[in-house]
Write a protein that binds this ligand. Structure first.
Ligand SMILES: [Zn+2]
Length: 219
């Protein structure tokens, strides 16, 4: 039962990347609350990504959880637990992508810039090609920005081996967070399957990330 939709969505993605629309945009009529395909997707908020289109999801098929990076944060875990235990999803798809903004800063750098450190302000302005305006105040939340680990690169830098390694590392970290969470079952009749992908914003194609793969080799 579990893990059967991701392969279908990979086929849909090939059609999407070749210019064919799979997602139907029209209102589908009354539908049940539970996602029809028992799927939950965690994806980056990047403006170049349309999750329904690139996977060929129809309205009602899946939960779609989006944040900066598509990171498996505490809040994403919260959503996934509700999605599985209350709304009957059993397949999780993680999507990171090339040229992600989360490759271009670190948590400490952004925090220092927001708090008023002039050197951090300059670096962030250079990275984003816009003036960075510090708020010159401290704040206790968010506790983390979840910028990706590893050597920084300019904002929107093209795909490279090093970039793919950093993206893969964070996809695997997210898969590990899910697979090791005590409230997300991964064996037995109520098991949840997890697969991770990187979406190439220059081609429209998804590429699967192996798991477990090497851990802790970045940065
Ligand atoms: Zn992104």
């Amino acid at each position: 039962m579990a893990n059967k939709m991701a392969d279908r969505y990979l086929d849909n993605n090939k059609q999407y990347a070749s210019g064919q629309a799979v997602h139907k945009p029209n209102y589908p009529g009354k539908q049940p609350i539970n996602p029809a395909k028992h799927v939950a997707v965690v994806a980056c908020m990047d403006a170049r990504i349309d999750v329904e289109d690139l996977l060929g999801l129809q309205t009602g098929d899946a939960h779609i959880i989006r944040n900066a990076g598509g990171v498996v944060t505490d809040d994403a875990i919260r959503c996934l637990i509700i999605s599985h235990h209350l709304l009957n999803t059993n397949e999780i798809i993680l999507i990171h992508h090339t040229r992600c903004g989360m490759l271009a800063f670190t948590d400490d750098l952004l925090k220092a810039g927001l708090e008023g450190d002039p050197a951090a302000e300059n670096l962030l302005a250079q990275a984003t090609s816009r003036s960075f305006t510090s708020c010159k105040k401290c704040a206790s939340t968010p506790s983390q920005f979840h910028a990706f680990r590893g050597p920084l690169e300019p904002l929107d830098a093209p795909r490279s081996t090093a970039q793919m390694e950093r993206l893969e590392w964070d996809v695997r970290r997210g898969m590990s967070s899910i697979l090791n969470h005590p409230w997300i079952p991964t064996s037995g009749p109520d098991a949840v399957a997890v697969r991770g992908f990187i979406y190439d914003v220059d081609t429209g194609k998804l590429e699967e990330v192996s798991y477990p793969g090497p851990m802790g080799s970045i940065g």
